[in-house]
Design a protein around this ligand. Structure first.
Ligand code: ACO
Length: 362
């Protein structure tokens, strides 16, 4: 029976490796721990794109090129923001990105990297009845995203925290959205078409759509006053505890630890309110409830749990969390699209027909 392609190897990649048993994530030869909080997002974009674009500049120039791409994306998409603003924030971003040229150049790629960081604040501001703020091509990518959202230059700690988040989610093996991206790229469609496939896959709550429900869960548990009873009832009703479990990791998701450290750093500067201490208590209760309810399965905290806390502290509403995830993952999608195209091989698996057979006419 086909069951989610669990053990199928569908690509050779130099981009990232997920060690689910050991709890390690490698990005092009570097452990995530080495990158997050130390390398800027633009440096990691360079790392991922290296060898996939001929004209890739050095780190400093690439940071500036991403800044110019933010301005370019804003100017191209500004006229149609009003049309997509009534959609939900993720669909609005996806619709905006669909309007970008479907090319193959580095400029096309950088515009796609820039677009979620530009569109998300602009659409959130329009939704609040405020004017979008134009990008500053000289600012760093994460800091500028926060400035365009909140209207003021963020604290260096917050900008660095968001940058570390973008690095943390930049790539993660052959997850559902990356696979979807590679399938479309394998047809030799353009980068925008390929990225749109990734965007579609990332929207679902079993993939990138989980951190919003994490906030709803924390709010509901706080209102109930009894975390154990609330979580047990969820399991009894056959529902999933959001922010826990992973198809690949059987130990803690290393990205959860990276983001937990970032959120703790912000908490020490009073930039997370009282949320962190409460969330850490809920995490412990949830792990215990899951351990007892699902003894046959090791279910641990995943990246989405601490993503929710970090993005809430950064001022993003929960409806926009998947947008920010996309702002980081888009770099990985583009590199995978290029890597897939370089193989020259169309992805075309088989299906196993289990439907009725026609009567054979003698
Ligand atoms: N809460 C409750 N039970 C769970 C959870 C959870 N979060 N995760 C897995 N289980 C249980 C299932 O109910 C099932 O139990 P059963 O055997 O008694 O029926 C068992 O664990 C195995 O479930 P599968 O669906 O086969 O596990 P899979 O590896 O496919 O699940 C998934 C991975 C989809 C992420 C799952 O853990 C889940 O739904 N988590 C909640 C949503 C979430 O946090 N998503 C974000 C994932 S991280 C990311 O994509 C970036």
């Amino acid at each position: 029976m086909a069951n989610g392609l669990d053990d199928v190897v569908a690509a050779d990649t130099v981009l990232s490796d997920v060690d689910g048993a050991g709890g390690h994530l490698t990005i092009r030869g570097h452990s995530l721990m080495e990158l997050a909080g130390r390398w800027r997002f633009s440096q990691v974009v360079r790392l991922l794109f290296d060898g996939f674009f001929d004209d890739l500049p050095g780190d400093a120039e690439l940071e500036r090129a991403i800044g110019r791409a933010r301005v370019d994306a804003f100017e191209r998409l500004r006229p149609m923001l009003g049309q997509v603003a009534p959609l939900d924030i993720y669909s609005g971003m996806r619709a905006g990105m669909a309007m970008l040229p479907d090319g193959e150049t580095l400029a096309d790629a950088l515009r796609l990297v820039a677009a979620p960081a530009v569109l998300t604040p602009a659409l959130l501001r329009l939704g609040r009845g405020e004017e979008p703020i134009a990008p500053d091509d000289k600012a760093d990518h994460a800091g500028d995203m926060l400035r365009m959202l909140n209207g003021s230059v963020p604290s260096p700690a917050l900008a660095k925290g968001l940058d570390a988040y973008l690095v943390t989610v930049c790539d993660h093996g052959l997850n559902a959205s990356t696979f979807a991206t590679r399938v479309v790229a394998s047809t030799l469609a353009g980068l925008t078409s390929s990225v749109l496939a990734g965007l579609g896959a990332l929207k679902g709550p079993l993939h990138g759509g989980a951190p919003g429900p994490v906030i709803e869960m924390l709010d509901a548990i706080e209102a109930s006053g009894d975390a154990t009873a609330w979580l047990r009832n969820e399991i009894a009703q056959g529902r999933r505890i959001m922010g826990f479990g992973h198809r690949i990791y059987r130990v803690r998701d290393p990205r959860a630890d990276v983001l937990k450290a970032v959120v703790r750093g912000l908490s020490a500067r009073n930039e997370t309110g009282s949320r962190l201490a409460f969330a850490e208590r809920v995490e412990q209760v949830a792990l215990e409830v899951l351990r007892i309810a699902k003894p046959h399965r090791s279910i641990q905290t995943n990246v989405e749990f601490y993503t929710a806390l970090l993005l809430e502290a950064a001022g993003f509403p929960k409806e926009a969390f998947s947008n920010v995830f996309a702002a980081g993952r888009v770099a990985g999608w583009i590199a995978h699209a290029r890597e897939q195209q370089a193989t020259g091989r169309l992805i075309r698996p088989q299906s196993h027909y289990v439907g009725p057979v026609p009567d054979l006419v003698a």
